[in-house]
Design a protein around this ligand. Structure first.
Ligand code: PLP
Length: 467
């Protein structure tokens, strides 16, 4: 792995609490890693969202934040960064990605309309459903196969999309959504060829095409590395070409743009922009700040420019590849190819003896915390099942790498922890859900283990010298 294109200037101490402390903390958190206190976590790979390190340029820019309610200089700097890097005409800031998804769904979705997309993202789907729409999965089948080594598992199945567009024609479809570095499939990119073909289909059927551009920069790196004909191109040019294919985009800027808070919706159409601006004042704030502060917009504007810096983006992707490589070498089942921002453990193969109804990925995430103080996130039946419909889809644990935060030694430690749990896997049982929230249940659901978690192995741990 190449050395990072940054060095550390400010540090935050972290501490590995002892096993008994971790056991208590996990029980108090209802075996849900979201409910742990961060001070009880050693290496925090819950999410890459809002957890990146700011650059010195971002921190300096924050000093220039113009906190005017309306007409803020910081908004115009943000707008200029979006124009320069992506080219979309109108920018409406929001407090984070789901704020942008909310506005877009309120404007475009009406009861009965369809939203075809490559797989789903939790908040994206929830906003469409709350607006009365129906989510339709048109991902390529490889997206749901953790063992498929297809290079572009974020592609849309063009025949499936065409069927939906033909049957619904065009007033039945709110918009077509394609997500960059498809999170739920393991951070898997789409190809530029596929994006262009979706553009052509949506144009032919007169339906808006919206990108979830949250991880557009990493997607552009994969296009450069994997898609014939792009190897020699500068990254900013590929990013711009991706942006040029769509009518608009939503962003959670907490990922690629390295900011702790913020997002936006960007569109080219004047009338759509007006409708979004009419609503942003209801839900987020004046269109010149949309729920974030002037200094947040400064950090975001600078972060957008940094997100087109190939060395910066490539390092993130290489960190995931490094961690994935250690796990593959040790025979741990993970989603391949390793994606953009995370390594995803395949809990169905990791814990084949735990039925999906007993939440194997949730149990595995809890065990990783117990074993090594490593926090990860369930991305299986708890996140994926919506209402009472049957779910037999992917059952993954996401080890997400915050940008510019952890060193190679941290990642090696994480791999050792995962490998230790893999060695103990036969003793791990599933969970029972004791509390199920009405919306996005994975955030706050509570569980109990069906048998005491990893209890009998204390001697093995001590023999292996693990705390
Ligand atoms: C692909 C994708 N879309 C949307 C969102 C929602 O963004 P936020 O968490 O900023 O509301 C996320 C965040 O995790 C995401 O990964």
């Amino acid at each position: 792995m190449r050395a990072p294109p940054w060095k550390i200037k400010v540090v935050e101490p972290i501490e590995l609490r002892d096993r008994e402390h971790r056991r208590r903390a996990l029980a108090e958190a209802g075996y849900n890693t979201f409910l742990l206190r961060s001070e009880d976590v050693f290496v925090d790979l819950l999410t890459d969202s809002g957890t990146s390190a700011l650059s010195q340029e971002q921190r300096a820019a924050m000093e220039l934040g113009d906190e005017a309610y309306a007409g803020s200089r910081s908004f115009f700097r943000l707008e200029a960064a979006v124009h320069d890097v992506y080219g979309w005409r109108h920018v409406i800031p929001t407090h984070q990605g789901r704020g942008a998804e909310h506005l877009l769904s309120q404007v475009l979705v009406r009861p009965g309309l369809l939203v075809p997309s490559n797989l789903y993202f939790t908040t994206s789907r929830e906003h469409v459903v709350l607006a009365g729409g129906t989510w339709v999965d048109v991902a390529v089948p490889e997206a749901s196969d953790p063992e498929s080594t297809a290079p572009f598992k974020g592609d849309i199945d063009l025949a499936a999309l065409e069927r939906v567009l033909t049957v619904a024609e065009p007033e039945g479809v709110a918009f077509v959504r394609q997500e960059a570095c498809l999170n739920m499939a393991g951070g898997q990119p789409f190809s530029l060829d596929n994006l262009r073909a979706v553009r052509a289909l949506t144009r032919e059927h007169g339906v808006p095409f919206v990108l979830d551009a949250t991880r557009i920069s990493e997607n552009a790196v994969f296009v450069k590395d994997r898609e014939p004909g792009h190897a020699g191109r500068p990254l900013p040019e590929i990013i711009r070409e991706i942006a040029d294919q769509v009518d608009g985009a939503v962003f959670s800027s907490k990922k690629d743009h390295f900011v702790p808070i913020g997002g936006f919706v960007a569109v080219n159409d004047d009338e759509l922009a007006e409708r979004l601006k009419e609503l942003v004042v209801v839900y987020e704030g004046f269109p010149h700040y949309g729920g974030i502060a002037g200094h947040d917009m400064e950090a975001l504007a600078q972060g957008i420019r940094e997100s087109a810096d190939e060395a910066m983006v490539r390092h993130e992707v290489e960190q995931a590849a490094y961690l994935g490589g250690l796990l593959l070498d040790a025979g741990v089942p993970i989603v391949v190819p390793v994606g953009a921002h995370a390594v995803f453990l395949d809990a169905k193969r990791f814990l084949p003896h735990v039925p999906q109804a007993e939440f194997p990925a949730q149990a595995l995430a809890a065990a990783l915390y117990l074993e090594g103080g490593v926090r990860s996130m369930e991305r299986g039946i708890v996140s994926g099942q919506h209402g009472d419909e049957p779910y037999d889809g992917l059952e993954l644990v996401r080890l997400t790498i915050p940008r510019r935060v952890y060193t190679q030694e941290h990642l090696t430690y994480v791999a050792e922890t995962v490998i230790a749990v893999h060695e103990l896997r036969e003793g791990l049982s599933g969970l029972r859900m004791t509390y199920e929230p009405a919306h996005l249940r994975f955030f706050q659901a509570r569980f109990e283990p069906l048998t005491p978690m990893l209890e009998g192995s204390a001697t093995t741990w001590r023999a292996a010298g693990r705390a």
